[in-house]
Design a protein around this ligand. Structure first.
Ligand SMILES: *Cc1c(COP(=O)(O)O)cnc(C)c1O
Length: 405
């Protein structure tokens, strides 16, 4: 137990000392009322080379990356998120996520503009129906800031002149006609950029479809634009339970005091919160960084949900880390810290196979009578398998490493 922790159990402020307000040194004359207003944050986004160079000395590679980004995924960074960048460190993990570099222009043979083949399983524009009982609904093509490794960079930010407007009416008609869908995941773009009224309309309309049980929102707004999580927005969300939310954070520094408060408002609204991280080279590819992140998430009442191997999206090769690194991170968490803090490591299968769990191997041997396995410390244990009498299980077949095209 930490003795320096000034928090008290009574107020639920345990661990508060690990959260810091976003430094506002770049906007010394923005009054707090402006800074705290999400509309001001959106209006003052850094979205051009000139705006960026006014506030930070770019490396030559970043400069070329920004120029190149005009033809693909746009540049946009909220003042809140920009203020977390260490301007004296060209390898800053916040900077790497949102400031493009020349590496983005590099084409790799395995890269794709639609790496997980969403278009192939999209029955109507703006809706992806890949799994039996749930769908992904793309509600907008805009985000508060653009992640350089975005798997949907072909659609968002008005990239490549492809003007994507989700066909909401068509998507809703599809959902009404498909009684097997019980779970709708609102994504985009970022659904929380829609107005309170529009969001209320979409959620209400989905709620009116009897077979839809479960609604969830995927959003990075609590991290990019925590000011958007207003009491009014929470009042809208509260009407549509059971509503869950997945946020997206990669590095512990993203969890500022403002973000913690925004997440607290969502949790107090009764929204169970999960986090999705993407494993990114030079951002969070170490056990130490991920452990600090997942611990801070638990303090924010957010359950780490998925850790993604970076998709094969065009121009993201420099951000991808080896699959073995993800396994090492999971092994370094499991058993060493709270089970609630351990996300599931997945690869979203190229070509559209969905999210597949990739796990460290704990099983050493298995036959009809026993299973032999190791624990997190490497100690080996045996468990006698209670196979039904007279119905002994056959030993597992030899693995057949067939690659299905
Ligand atoms: C990720 C995803 C979902 C949701 O998957 P869960 O594992 O249930 O979180 C649904 N549809 C598509 C197309 C997805 O990519």
């Amino acid at each position: 137990m930490s003795h320096e922790d000034p928090g008290t159990a009574e107020t639920g402020e345990r661990g508060l000392a690990r959260f810091h307000p976003a430094p506002r040194s770049n906007w010394p004359d923005a009054p707090f009322s402006d800074w705290n207003d999400w509309r001001w944050q959106l209006k003052n986004r850094i979205a051009s080379l000139a705006a960026l160079e006014k506030r930070i000395a770019l490396t030559p590679s970043e400069r070329r990356g920004v120029l190149h980004s005009e033809h693909k995924l746009a540049l946009a960074i909220t003042p809140h998120f920009f203020s977390l960048i260490n301007k004296n460190d060209s390898r800053c993990p916040i900077r790497r996520q949102v400031i493009p570099t020349a590496d983005e222009a590099q084409a790799d043979l395995s890269d794709a503009s639609d790496p997980v083949s969403e278009e192939a399983t999209s029955p109507v524009p703006g809706l992806v129906h890949r799994y039996p009982d749930r769908v992904l609904l793309l509600t907008t093509d805009r985000c508060a800031s653009y992640c350089r490794y975005c798997t949907r960079s072909r659609l968002v930010s008005g990239a490549s002149g492809y003007d994507f407007h989700p066909q909401l009416d068509q998507a809703l008609a599809y959902l009404r006609a498909h009684a097997e869908v019980r779970d709708v995941l609102l994504s985009g773009g970022d659904p929380l950029l829609l107005s309170d009224d529009k969001l209320d309309y979409i959620l209400r309309t989905l709620r009116a479809i009897p077979h839809i049980e479960f609604l969830r929102i995927g959003s990075r707004i609590p991290v990019f634009l925590p000011q958007r999580i207003t009491p009014e927005l929470c009042a809208v969300l509260r009407k549509h339970h059971p509503l869950w939310m997945s946020i997206h954070t990669n590095h512990p520094r993203e969890l500022t005091l403002e973000v913690r408060e925004a997440l607290g408002r969502l949790a107090d609204t009764g929204i169970p919160l999960g986090n999705q991280s993407v494993l990114l080279a030079g951002v969070n590819d170490s056990v130490e960084v991920m452990k600090e992140l997942v611990h801070k998430l638990l303090l924010c009442r957010v359950r780490p949900y998925y850790l993604y191997q970076c998709d094969l999206i065009q121009g993201s090769k420099h951000l991808r880390s080896p699959v073995g690194k993800g396994l090492e991170i999971i092994e370094g968490l499991r058993g060493f810290t709270s089970g609630y803090a351990v996300p599931q490591f997945v690869i979203d299968a190229p070509g559209g196979g969905g999210k597949v769990p990739i796990n460290p191997d704990y099983v050493i041997y298995q036959d009809a009578e026993r299973i032999v396995f190791r624990n997190y410390q490497g100690r080996v244990f045996e468990y006698p398998d209670p196979a039904a009498p007279g119905k002994k299980r056959a030993p597992p077949p030899m693995p057949d490493y067939a690659i299905i095209p």
